[in-house]
Design a protein around this ligand. Structure first.
Ligand SMILES: NC(=O)C1=CN([C@@H]2O[C@H](COP(=O)(O)OP(=O)(O)OC[C@H]3O[C@@H](n4cnc5c(N)ncnc54)[C@H](OP(=O)(O)O)[C@@H]3O)[C@@H](O)[C@H]2O)[C@@H](O)CC1
Ligand SMILES: [K+]
Length: 479
């Protein structure tokens, strides 16, 4: 499991550790890890040209000490302090001792153009708002140049705690972060600025249970997936009910069933007007022409994909005493009060546009503040909410539960019907007994991986994604 902690928690852990260590030791650990990552990126250090963009705090100190280490190995290192009157003294002295030089902001764009590596030590976890004006031309020059850009701790200008980006920010090829991931490194849009992320252990001890974010890995998901017991029959493995599709959108029903058949439930029960299309494609489906209430027992419902305007079915499903996943049209048709009153758990799975409609804000606002949006929705509806996107977020209604973030997806998953497959898959995991939070996060993980496998670098259709779920499942359980 990868975890991310808030700046406040990092600061507290830092204070505790600093009190036990000699002065400057922590920064040396950070600088050593940073210099090693830069050296790996450069391949050969001797003779390379390195420019350090140095802000007024300890983030700049890290860059200066790492620069000193690179200079000792033969790199030509130039520091560009953005506020020369406030610069980390010890770091500057170390760089000078190692043979590095210092340049003013005025000529820095030329230096950056000729550099092999630009190190962004402008601002780290002490940053507020986007980059300040004086730094913007330099970071633009870095983006234009052929040099690799390495961000120290965070790309300067992104918000460490929220992943929001207000104004200009550095675009890095690699971010070397210290002690723990910060939420901004895992959540879009900030995540896209970070490039790949390397975590350097500096000995910080973070309090268990206080993470802001969790990103599941293969082993975590494998531990969640249902395993049939020897005496299992299809009913014990769980039955998932799919109330989806309409005369206008029969395909959504087929796709949700396709996902559900791969999600670990023992049987899939379909209710709705697309039964013929479903049976034609998946004869193993149990179909019913009665409404959800009379369709027979299920352990979880999925409602909404392709539902059109069938509000009655959506609200009938919401009265069921089993977990319910609400997706697509169902999100629009569900009465907020009916969701909040439910005794059994509810999982809502909006994309940014649907989340925006539920919150009464613009899509851009949701995309710019994804963590805030998913938390707000979960709180308002008293439900678990999965917010789709290039990184999917899963928030619980209860306070203090880390938001789960999933990055297994690929841009190719942004294809019609892909969400219907996910809702079937996650609903099936719910029926197999997973909690809403686990079903959502394991479902998103498998779905993203299946998308990657099915796409393999080329466009892909939603049924292909469903077909690739068993391969993703095998990949996860075999480690
Ligand atoms: N935590 C740890 O365990 C360890 C932490 N370490 C390192 O320390 C870093 C934190 O250092 P920090 O506290 O000195 O803050 P930092 O990020 O350098 O920024 C503060 C300065 O930036 C300025 N500034 C603010 N906003 C700005 C903006 N938008 N654009 C431009 N400038 C802006 C602000 O200026 P002011 O507002 O005062 O004018 C202030 O002077 C951390 O990220 C990591 O790299 C490691 O060395 C060891 C282990
Ligand atoms: K930085």
């Amino acid at each position: 499991m990868r975890t991310a902690y808030s700046v406040e928690t990092v600061r507290a852990a830092e204070r505790e550790l600093m009190a036990r260590l000699p002065e400057g030791a922590l920064m040396q650990r950070a600088a050593a890890g940073l210099a090693a990552a830069c050296a790996d990126l450069l391949g050969r250090v001797y003779g390379r040209r390195v420019v350090l963009l140095v802000g007024s705090g300890d983030n700049g100190g890290d860059a200066l000490h790492a620069g000193a280490r690179l200079a000792r190995r033969g790199a030509g290192v130039t520091a560009v302090p953005l506020s020369p009157e406030r610069v980390h003294e010890g770091g500057l002295a170390a760089l000078r001792r190692a043979g590095g030089s210092v340049a003013g902001v005025a000529g820095a764009e030329d230096l950056i153009e000729r550099a092999d590596l630009v190190v962004d030590g402008i601002v780290g976890i002490g940053g507020k708002g986007g980059l300040r004006a004086e730094a913007v031309p330099l970071t633009e020059a870095a983006a234009r140049a052929r040099a690799a850009v390495v961000a120290v701790d965070l790309p300067s200008g992104v918000d460490a705690d929220t992943g929001e980006v207000h104004g200009a920010a550095v675009r890095a090829d690699l971010t070397v972060t210290f002690g723990t991931h910060k939420p901004g490194l895992l959540v879009d849009p900030a995540r896209e600025y970070a490039g790949s992320v390397r975590l350097v252990d500096i000995g910080l001890e973070l309090p268990g249970g206080s993470a802001q974010l969790e990103a599941l890995q293969h082993a975590d998901v494998a531990a969640l997936l249902p395993v049939p017991a020897p005496e299992s029959d299809k009913y014990r493995r769980g039955v998932v009910g799919i109330a989806a599709g309409s005369a206008r959108y029969p395909g959504a029903a087929v796709l949700a069933v396709a996902g559900a058949l791969r999600g670990g439930a023992g049987a899939v029960r379909y209710v709705g007007p697309a039964a013929d299309a479903v049976i034609a494609r998946f004869p193993e489906t149990l179909v019913s022409d009665q409404g959800p209430r009379r369709a027979g027992r299920v352990q979880a419902w999925v409602v909404g994909p392709g539902a059109g305007d069938d509000a009655d079915t959506v609200n009938e499903v919401l009265r069921a005493e089993v977990p319910v996943l609400v997706d697509a049209d169902g999100l629009r048709l569900a009465e907020a009060g009916a969701v909040r009153r439910r005794a059994a758990p509810t999982l809502m799975t909006p994309h940014a546009g649907e989340a925006a409609a539920l919150l009464g804000v613009s899509r851009e606002e949701v995309e710019g503040a994804r963590l805030a949006a998913v938390r707000e929705l979960a709180g308002r509806y008293g439900a678990t909410v999965l917010l789709k996107g290039s990184t999917t977020l899963v928030a619980d209604a209860a306070d203090g539960v880390p938001v789960r973030v999933n990055a297994t997806g690929t841009g190719w998953l942004a294809t019609a019907g892909s969400g219907d497959v996910l809702s079937g898959l996650a609903g099936s995991l719910l029926a197999a007994g997973l909690s809403t939070r686990d079903a959502a996060s394991a479902g998103a993980y498998l779905h993203g991986l299946a998308g990657r496998f099915a796409a393999d670098g080329a466009p892909v259709g939603a049924l292909d994604v469903a077909g690739a779920v068993p391969g993703a499942w095998r990949d996860v359980v075999s480690g």
